[in-house]
Design a protein around this ligand. Structure first.
Ligand code: FES
Ligand code: FES
Length: 158
C-alpha cells in the first residue's frame, strides 16, 4: 500500500492507509485525534471540519490522498487546556455550547474566517458558519464568542 505523507498540527506523518480512506477516519482511527467528530459522514453537519492549508474543510468528504504534502490542523492544534486559543477562551467565556459536539468544527470554521478577515461582521460570521450545524441551538452565543474574539484582537470595545 503506498503511503501518504502530510503534516498534522505541525508534525509529519506517513500512513499506509488506503488512499481513498476519508481523512476523518485517518485522524480518528489511525492518529488517535478524537477532537474531530463524526456526525453525518456526508458533508452536511460540519462537525468534522479541519484546516487544510488554512482553509476549513469537511474531513469526512476528503480522501486522505488529497492532503498529500499538505498541512492539516485539527482542533488539537489550536490550543491546549492550559493555553487555549483566544477563540477557545471566548467560547468558554460565553459558554457557547451545550453538549459541545459541534464545537470543534465550529472553532475550526471560525479560525479560518478570522485568519482571513480579522474584523468580520455578524453576518459574515453567520455566513462562514453556515456549513456547521449546532443541534443544541447555541448559535447566538457561538456568534457572540466569535465576535468577541475579533473585537479583542482589534482592541475595540465589544
Ligand atoms: S461528519 Fe463531516 S460534515 Fe458531518
Ligand atoms: S453545542 Fe450541542 S450540537 Fe452544538
Amino acid at each position: 500500500m503506498p503511503s501518504t505523507s502530510f503534516t498534522v498540527n505541525g508534525k509529519p506523518v506517513a500512513l499506509g492507509a488506503d488512499p481513498d480512506t476519508p481523512l476523518l477516519d485517518v485522524l480518528r482511527n489511525h492518529l488517535g485525534l478524537f477532537g474531530t467528530k463524526f456526525g453525518c459522514g456526508v458533508e452536511q453537519c460540519g462537525c468534522c471540519m479541519v484546516l487544510i492549508e488554512g482553509s476549513a474543510v469537511k474531513s469526512c468528504g476528503q480522501a486522505v490522498s488529497t492532503v498529500a504534502g499538505k498541512a492539516v490542523t485539527t482542533i488539537e492544534g489550536l490550543g491546549t487546556r492550559d493555553n487555549p486559543h483566544p477563540l477557545q477562551q471566548a467560547f468558554l467565556d460565553e459558554q457557547a455550547g451545550q453538549c459541545g459536539y459541534c464545537l470543534a468544527g465550529i472553532l475550526i470554521s471560525a479560525k479560518a474566517l478570522l485568519d482571513e478577515n480579522p474584523a468580520p461582521t455578524r453576518r459574515e460570521i453567520a455566513l462562514a458558519l453556515d456549513g456547521n450545524i449546532c443541534r443544541c441551538g447555541s448559535h447566538a452565543r457561538i456568534i457572540r464568542a466569535a465576535r468577541s474574539t475579533a473585537h479583542m484582537r482589534a482592541g475595540a470595545p465589544r
